[in-house]
Write a protein that binds this ligand. Structure first.
Ligand SMILES: [Zn+2]
Length: 131
């Protein structure tokens, strides 16, 4: 990436670090919450099929939240590791520079707008949330 000034890199790094601590905080809160409400215990105590299904659903929901937290945090870690390398801000698909304005909104972006749009079109049926 040629067009990123040290000032921009500094701002992006600060942005990523604040995202990182916010996500860690959210994950910690999520963990505390699931410690306090054990859905498994709840389902065991109430031998109702509907309640058990609800509990199972909530556990799935929690796993999904945990998975998303994990993916998002990994993306931030990767971006922070790359930020000081020439690879940062370069589209992983076409090798062009990613627009700085895009990076300011999505510092974890690894593709330019064009490639990202192409990818979303291609994988639209999988409904992958993209940053
Ligand atoms: Zn591209």
């Amino acid at each position: 990436m040629k067009s990123l000034s040290p000032k921009i890199i500094c701002r992006l790094e600060a942005l990523l670090k604040s995202q990182q601590s916010a996500m860690l905080e959210a994950a910690r809160a999520e963990l505390l919450r699931s410690d306090q409400q054990s859905y498994v215990a709840y389902a065991g105590e109430v031998p109702d099929v509907g309640d058990q299904a609800t509990a199972a659903l909530l556990i799935d929901f929690d796993n999904e939240i945990a998975r998303r937290h994990g993916v998002a945090m990994r993306n931030v870690d990767v971006a922070l590791a790359r930020i000081k390398t020439p690879d940062f801000g370069v589209c992983s698909d076409c090798g062009d520079d990613i627009d700085v304005k895009r990076l300011m909104v999505f510092p974890t972006a690894t593709r330019c707008v064009t490639c990202e749009a192409m990818r979303e079109k291609t994988y639209a049926h999988r409904a992958i949330p993209t940053l």
